[in-house]
Design a binder for this molecule. Structure first.
Ligand code: NAP
Ligand code: F7E
Length: 349
């Protein structure tokens, strides 16, 4: 039986990947951070909480990484843990550099010293491209031009992965994944912020939705399909880097329009622009060319934009309806503080 270690198993991708690997017959180990309030709702939601072997790891602590690798003895490591919110990276640029960037070296150093046969997946991102292009599609050859502390940290992780591959022969790959969403997406990300607000507005639980830059365009795919690529990349004969995307870009404005349409409401009556949600620097446009993944991995996106929006809105509606009926089940929203009450430098301006 193969053994996999997933860092960040409590996050969106970590939870879906754990489910996927369990279904493939893997023994799955997942790292989590010790928090004063437990954060296992996604694993509970997918019904796999008791099937994943949990190991406490903080990415700033190399000894905990060493302990996790020694304990799990993995064939494959999927490094997904990160400070993944671009907005927060402007508020915490140093911690983001440490956790989303330098930690990649911490893990690869342990791999190199303990067992260089372990295969390694690095969660790279379309944010690497930044404002490299304002049209066309981005592929593995397009130059990177990061536009946030998060993207700069990920650029460091991207190159570290390639350096350990070339210098030490470690099977280390970068998945350059474009935005991927789901009902398990964190509420601070724009898609889930919208789907959750649409559900609450439709049920009379909320009156408005305040957003930042409505003109930015993103290539949004469906997370459960994207985690399959992570596994596929580690099953190839040679390590390589791949773009994973849908090949379509839509604006935040279009996402709003589509989401409100699903509940029969006009988005313009509820959405307002609030400069507190604008970033000091934003990425205007991202659209990915997944042809290399299609040719070499045999992967193609199955869920496109409209279907994705529908899945998210319907699931948030279903949750709030169950909540109104007094049901108690694993879910992030009831405990999530209102963004508006969180004071940060960007929000104060
Ligand atoms: P996510 O939901 O934010 O999950 C991030 C995970 O990292 C969580 O398990 C989190 O733990 C953990 N983590 C954060 N700080 C940590 C620390 N100091 N020590 C240990 N663990 C820590 O992110 P995601 O959407 O699943 O994304 C997975 C990875 O792919 C990330 O590296 C992200 O940057 C990258 N990525 C995401 C996308 C996307 O569209 N989703 C696209 C490209 C790349 P807690 O649960 O305790 O917070
Ligand atoms: O923002 C705009 C915002 O926070 C998307 C992460 O998974 O994908 C994600 O990063 C766009 C930006 O995702 C609001 O300015 C407008 O232009 O949902 P997001 P992201 O920054 O693209 C990449 C691939 C990753 O790697 C990251 O880890 O939406 N926007 N109004 C807003 N964004 C947020 N969050 N909230 C708003 O109110």
């Amino acid at each position: 039986m193969k053994r996999a270690l997933i860092t960040g198993v409590t996050g969106q991708d970590g939870a879906y990947l754990a489910k996927f690997l369990l279904e493939k017959g893997y023994e799955v180990y997942g790292t989590y951070r010790r928090l004063s309030s437990p954060n296992f709702w996604r694993l509970q939601y997918l019904g796999i909480f008791d099937k994943v072997n949990l190991i406490p790891v903080d990415l700033s602590d190399t000894s905990s990484i060493f302990e996790a690798i020694k304990t799990s003895e993995p064939d494959e490591i999927y490094h997904l843990a990160a400070q993944s919110f671009v907005g927060a990276s402007f508020e915490q640029p140093i911690a983001t550099g440490d956790i989303s960037g330098l930690a990649v070296t911490r893990i690869l150093e342990v791999v190199r010293q303990v067992n260089p046969e372990i295969k390694f997946y690095q969660a790279s991102t379309s944010e690497l491209y930044g404002n490299s292009r304002e049209e066309g599609i981005l592929n593995e050859e397009t130059p990177f031009r990061p536009a946030s502390p998060y993207a700069a940290a990920k650029l460091y992780g991207y190159w570290t992965t390639r350096i350990y591959r070339d210098a030490y022969g470690i099977f280390a790959v970068n998945g350059i994944l474009f935005n991927h969403e789901s009902p398990l997406r964190g509420l601070e990300f724009v898609t889930r912020k919208i789907s959750n607000a649409v559900a609450k507005i439709a049920l009379g639980l909320e009156k408005e939705l305040r957003l930042g830059n409505l003109e930015a365009k993103r290539d949004w795919g469906y997370a459960p399909e994207y985690v399959e690529c992570m596994w596929l990349m580690l099953q190839q004969d040679e390590p390589d880097d791949y773009v994973i995307a849908t090949g379509e870009a839509h604006s935040i404005r279009k996402f709003c329009e589509t989401a409100f349409d699903i509940v029969g409401l006009d988005w313009q009556e509820y959405v307002s622009v609030d400069k507190r949600f604008m970033r000091p620097l934003d990425v205007k446009y991202l659209c990915g060319d997944y042809s290399k993944a299609k040719n070499k991995l045999g992967w193609e996106p199955r869920t496109k934009f409209k279907k994705l929006v529908e899945i998210m809105v319907k699931e948030d509606l279903n949750r709030w309806e169950r909540w109104l009926n007094g049901e108690n089940f694993p879910w992030d929203a009831p405990n999530y503080p209102s963004e508006v009450k969180i004071l940060t430098r960007t929000l104060r301006t």
